[in-house]
Design a protein around this ligand. Structure first.
Ligand code: RNT
Ligand code: ZN
Length: 423
């Protein structure tokens, strides 16, 4: 969108451009690259992971949302409207990530093992209208057949079969999405299956999980339309002692079966970051998925803020040259603040971190490192922290026709007064 850019923003940008040019960094190019990087925004921030399958369903199975802020989306139309508001405040073109429990039943009851593209036709038509891509997820929670919080690892073959069918149906839905939108859909599989206390048998559930996954992924689906990914986790609420789908489990699975692997920033030990893991797993996998989140003491899924950890994730993607091999997605849910603001803050921060990584004099940094000049590397990295990236960010927002600075907040407040508070 061509817009007239405010004089002060333009002036600040010109000065910033000169400063960066002196370091050999082309800010115009950074902006051009940034504009092509989509972030997959998660539908579940908009309604506290509720979904629409059976209105009023309760969340459980290892996931918890706290807070009771007004105006949560209660219908798919409301969620779509809220998301449209959010993306009008975020620079760039992003994607929408839907969970299977956001199926629209159209009056008839369809269980998870029988879902099809029909239950997602409104989502697909809407995304097509907006010209955005969509991603998808199997939903292994909030369902009576999540018996003891177990799905694909369940000792009962019939229950496993039900969840295997769900897994297959979702891959088919993913392919239908990809085909309809003309952009590949990533279908991500996470399940909470685990145990609260020390298991007597760690082996059998994992062997059953591998077998169930093989049954789900047996059907070949064109990778042009759907890509499968699996998401490991160290622990969950109620599964503190054992999670069948651990890191080693899924790393081995993804490498041996050729699926993608999803790294969620909240799924490791609290002192571990996922930045360092990106180049490790990409030595062995063609592509990965990220669930960028922010854990506070545990996998609490706080709104993504501009932390060192976020910068490190963005740097690893950009500096490693992995922009075309990493599917960047968000995964958090905070119901204690305006949910649209939560989307806007987290996504803008993700984009901002990518911009900052693109603005680094990475050639100089790598050259200094190669020569063993770690002094210069450190000095330069520290200096970068106060370079005028904010001026480039403001200019980028203005250029893309979205509010500059915190001006987006006025629009969210207005939407809250006009729409959310009336729900
Ligand atoms: C849970 C996983 C998973 C979910 C979503 C809703 O710990 O991170 O990705 O958050 O699928
Ligand atoms: Zn996740």
């Amino acid at each position: 969108m061509a817009r007239k850019i405010d004089g002060a923003i333009e002036k600040a940008y010109e000065l910033a451009r000169e400063r960066y040019a002196a370091l050999g960094v082309d800010t115009d190019k950074a902006i051009r690259v940034l504009a092509r990087v989509p972030v997959s925004m998660h539908c579940w921030q908009g309604d506290d992971v509720g979904g629409f399958e059976n209105a009023g369903g309760t969340l459980g199975d290892g996931l918890a949302v706290t807070g009771n802020y007004l105006g949560k989306a209660r219908t798919a139309e409301q969620l779509r409207g809220d998301f449209e508001k959010a993306i009008s405040l975020i620079p760039g073109k992003h994607r929408f990530n839907v969970h299977a429990c956001y199926a629209e039943m159209g009056g008839k009851r369809v269980d998870r093992d029988a879902l099809g593209p029909d239950q997602f036709k409104n989502w697909i038509a809407w995304a097509k209208g907006l010209g955005i891509g969509m991603d998808f997820n199997q939903t292994y929670f909030s369902h009576p057949k999540m018996d003891r919080g177990w799905s694909l690892t369940h000792p009962d073959r019939k229950i496993r079969k039900f969840w295997i069918e769900h897994g297959i149906r979702c891959r088919e839905i993913g392919a239908a999405i990809g085909k309809a939108l003309g952009q590949v859909c990533v279908t991500n599989l996470w399940l909470p299956d685990g145990m609260k206390d020390t298991p007597a048998d760690r082996r059998s559930p994992r062997e059953r999980l591998a077998e169930s996954l093989d049954a789900i992924f047996a059907k070949k689906i064109d990778k042009k339309y759907n890509l499968d990914s699996v998401e490991p986790k160290l622990f969950g609420i109620g599964a503190e002692s054992y999670t069948a789908g651990s890191h080693e489990f899924y790393m081995g699975y993804a490498v041996s079966r050729g699926t993608l692997l999803t790294l969620d920033a909240g799924h490791f030990h609290p002192t571990e970051g996922i930045g360092d893991k990106i180049s490790s797993v990409l030595c062995f996998l063609p592509e990965i998925v990220l669930h960028v989140s922010r854990g506070v003491r545990w996998d609490s899924d706080h709104v993504v803020t501009l932390t060192d950890e976020l910068n490190s994730i963005a740097q690893e993607i950009v500096w490693g040259g992995y922009l075309d091999r990493v599917h960047i997605g968000l995964d958090y849910f905070d119901a204690s603040i305006n949910r649209i603001a939560a989307w806007v803050i987290g996504t803008r921060n993700m984009v901002k971190a990518l911009l900052m990584a693109l603005l680094a004099p990475i050639k100089c940094l790598k050259a200094a490192e190669l020569e063993g000049d770690y002094t210069s590397r450190l000095a330069l990295m520290e200096d970068m922290k106060v370079m005028p990236a904010g001026a480039v960010w403001d200019y980028y927002c203005a250029k893309k026709g979205v509010p500059v600075g915190a001006a987006w907040l006025d629009e969210v407040k207005k939407y809250e007064a006009d729409v959310l508070s009336k729900r």
